[in-house]
Design a protein around this ligand. Structure first.
Ligand SMILES: NC(=O)c1ccc[n+]([C@@H]2O[C@H](COP(=O)([O-])OP(=O)(O)OC[C@H]3O[C@@H](n4cnc5c(N)ncnc54)[C@H](OP(=O)(O)O)[C@@H]3O)[C@@H](O)[C@H]2O)c1
Length: 350
């Protein structure tokens, strides 16, 4: 039975990790919750109604690697850069949810449904990176289309929820929305979690822009799919937008394939892919996924939802799709737990 630390156990992703571990898909013996010194004394098992054996809350500095098999890091890239390698070097398998190690050539960047072979052997450095939330749902929809007719490029616009900004992001959107409803003339906070006021607004910049004008989030969307799909020359163009939605990221993706396809072929390839739910025009209304319906129940939160599937009649190599998934589950905690499940399945993590 595994001894697993969840670093960031009081946060938006960490709490979902604990809930998912409680579902019993991973052989967990003991969970060690880790947060900042501010949270010492908190009792996540009671707060979340877990039946797992959960240790008292501790800090990352106090973790003893000899007492752990796995550490899931979800407490920011700065903390991961500082502490994850110490544990990995001491033999703990680290699954990192942050951007700290994703593009390092020696660290596998894994979406279990897309590139499981990257974990066929234990990584030499004991580090596995979880991709960015928007990347995961994108590559899970792209992968079957690549197998169908080979990807040439993709243009994607994202519509990203406030939960991507963590618990503070969710609270900020709720508070600002209430203030604006009470007083439509009220000014939002320009220096909050999203850089600009998010309530009743759209913010087309997630993370700082580089010299070329790409935002941090857009850079991840360009680079990470290439590494995961093993397509270093894949053309990806991205515009990432924060929207005043509490949960679930949405994406409009325009995909260019190397061979012509029909809408029926695309729908079938997606429908045959485990973990995807396909919406067809002929389905009962609404015949497309939306953040609120995807967040409505656990079964839906665990899936990537694809609708508005169109092949351009004048250009049957061009496909458009609308992709929605829960960034906290599919885009973070569930992917991390499924990485641990995969390591157990491959037999090198017992
Ligand atoms: N939210 C998403 O959709 C998403 C998706 C993919 C990846 N991620 C990544 O996952 C990470 C966590 O995101 P989040 O949304 O869960 O953020 P969050 O809600 O703000 O939670 C942050 C967590 O980090 C903990 N923490 C902060 N400083 C710490 C320290 N010095 N030592 C130990 N723990 C510390 C916090 O503990 P306290 O409560 O004690 O402050 C809290 O548990 C980020 O790197 C983020 O980029 C997030």
């Amino acid at each position: 039975m595994l001894r697993i630390a969840v670093v960031g156990a009081t946060g938006a992703v960490g709490r979902e990790c604990l809930k998912l571990l409680d579902r019993g898909t991973v052989p967990v013996g003991r969970v060690v919750p880790v947060a900042s010194p501010r949270s010492l004394g908190r009792r996540p098992a009671a707060e979340l109604g877990l039946s797992l054996a959960v240790d008292p809350m501790t800090t990352v500095e106090a973790l003893d690697p000899r007492e752990l098999d796995v550490a899931v890091f979800c407490a920011g890239a700065e903390l991961s850069s500082r502490e994850a390698e110490r544990l990995a070097a001491a033999g703990v398998l680290v699954v990192d949810n942050t951007s700290a190690f994703r593009m390092r050539p020696d660290v596998p960047l894994v979406v279990p449904q897309v590139n499981p072979a990257a974990l066929a052997r234990r990584p030499a450095g004991n580090l596995v990176a979880n991709p960015n939330c928007s990347t995961i749902q994108l590559v899970r929809a792209l992968h079957p289309l690549h197998e169908l007719a080979e990807l040439e490029g993709v243009v994607v616009a994202t519509y990203q929820a406030a939960s991507g900004g963590g618990l503070h992001g969710l609270a900020e959107l709720a508070g600002e929305s209430a203030r604006l409803l009470a007083d439509p003339e009220a000014q939002g906070a320009p220096n909050g979690r999203f850089g600009q006021p998010l309530a009743f607004n759209l913010v087309p910049e997630i993370g700082l822009q580089d010299d070329t004008g790409l935002s941090h989030e857009e850079r991840k969307l360009v680079r990470e799919p290439r590494k995961i799909l093993g397509l270093p020359d894949l053309r990806v163009s991205a515009t990432a937008v924060r929207v005043p939605v509490f949960h679930c990221h949405s994406e409009a993706a325009h995909i260019r394939l190397r061979r012509p396809v029909s809408t029926a072929q695309v729908e079938q390839a997606l429908a045959d892919t485990p973990g995807l739910r396909v919406y067809r025009r002929s389905d009962a209304a609404p015949s497309y996924p939306m953040p609120r319906t995807v967040f409505a129940d656990d079964e839906s939160r665990a899936l990537v939802h694809v609708g508005r599937i169109r092949v351009e009649p004048q250009d049957p190599r061009s496909v458009a799709v609308w992709i929605v998934a829960d960034n906290l589950w599919v885009g973070a905690a569930l992917n991390a737990v499924q990485i641990v499940e995969l390591a157990v399945k491959y037999g090198w993590l017992s």
